[in-house]
Design a protein around this ligand. Structure first.
Ligand SMILES: *[C@@H]1O[C@H](CO)[C@@H](O)[C@H](O)[C@H]1NC(C)=O
Ligand SMILES: *[C@@H]1O[C@H](CO)[C@@H](O)[C@H](O)[C@H]1NC(C)=O
Ligand SMILES: *[C@@H]1O[C@H](CO)[C@@H](O)[C@H](O)[C@H]1NC(C)=O
Length: 280
């Protein structure tokens, strides 16, 4: 929306080429001829470019972003931005328009800027990715009940949870991994993974770690917990059975996803009009 040229310049150009649209086009084709020596045929619209910058932008969910659409077209007839995101302010200058987009909540958004020049429309695209690395990845001290130990890993304030994979490693080897693809909520979330397994002596000195990985279409964000060992287990008499390796393995997984509202998230309070400072 909005012409890319000041009105006075537009009138000046119109006065200089009174021959109508056709003459316009021919003249521009000569001026703009794509760098080569051969003249561009007058029927072909002049070559011009459209740029949308930055091409890739990462924001925190609920954040805002500025995109600058510029063109080499000296006299754009029309220019617009196509996006699902709410719009904020717009600034413009000769050959460019900067658009502010607000409250980015979709994890991935494509934005397109269209410019029509001499009857031809071209566009440029930009991609906005909203994500929030976990605020923390915490592995609780192990709990021993009977012959089994339970590990609990908390991944807090993460987005988008549907692209999260939580993995437990013991002695560097993966003992459990789960993706949360079935959760497609558009809020920050806390995730708790609960893993229960038979306690075996040979595992006791190996460090256990919990890993959170967000894989967002080429962008990978990893966080890990501090390591713990099972040697800190609170022993109970029942754990004598440990020596026996014939205990039936029982692995239980429980994932709990809790939505965290954006307004409870202090980091965005000055970026999003809806957010407030969290009480804690
Ligand atoms: C937008 O891009 C144009 C061309 O690169 C530049 O001249 C202009 O200063 C930019 N505007 C903003 C607000 O960044
Ligand atoms: C989330 O997934 C459910 C079930 O697959 C679907 O019905 C719902 O529309 C999805 N929501 C969003 C925001 O994609
Ligand atoms: C998420 O975890 C954080 C940090 O432990 C906690 O302060 C917050 O209350 C939790 N929110 C929900 C909805 O469970």
């Amino acid at each position: 929306m909005g012409s890319l040229l000041p009105l006075s310049l537009l009138l000046l150009l119109a006065a200089a080429y009174p021959g109508g649209g056709r003459a316009h086009r021919r003249r521009r084709a000569q001026v703009q001829g794509s760098g080569g020596s051969s003249p561009v045929p007058s029927e072909t619209p002049a070559a011009f470019w459209v740029r949308l910058r930055p091409e890739f932008k990462e924001v925190q969910p609920g954040g805002s972003v500025w995109l600058n659409c510029s063109t080499s077209c000296p006299l754009p007839e029309y220019s617009s931005l196509s996006t699902q995101l709410p719009r904020g302010q717009t600034h413009s200058g000769p050959g460019w328009v900067a658009y502010q987009l607000l409250d980015v909540r979709a994890w991935s958004s494509e934005v397109r800027c269209f410019v029509t020049c001499a009857g031809e429309t071209r566009w440029a695209t930009a991609k906005i990715t909203a994500y929030k690395p976990p605020r923390s990845v915490i592995l609780e001290p192990p709990l021993l009940v009977g012959n089994e130990y339970t590990l609990r890993c908390h991944v807090t304030h993460v987005f988008p949870v549907g692209f999260l994979v939580v993995t437990l490693r013991r002695g560097g080897r993966v003992i459990y991994s789960e993706n949360l693809r079935r959760y497609n909520g558009s809020d920050l979330a806390n995730v708790t993974l609960t893993y229960t397994a038979p306690a075996r002596l040979r595992d006791f000195w190996k460090p256990v770690t919990c890993h959170a990985r967000l894989s967002l279409d080429g962008l990978v964000v990893r966080s890990s917990s501090a390591p713990i060992t099972l040697s800190g287990l609170a022993w109970r008499p029942a754990s004598k059975a440990l020596a026996s390796s014939s205990i039936a393995a029982l692995v239980g997984i429980l994932l709990v996803v809790g939505a965290v509202y954006l307004r409870q998230w202090p980091l965005v309070h000055n970026q999003s009009k809806e957010s407030r400072v969290s009480a804690g």
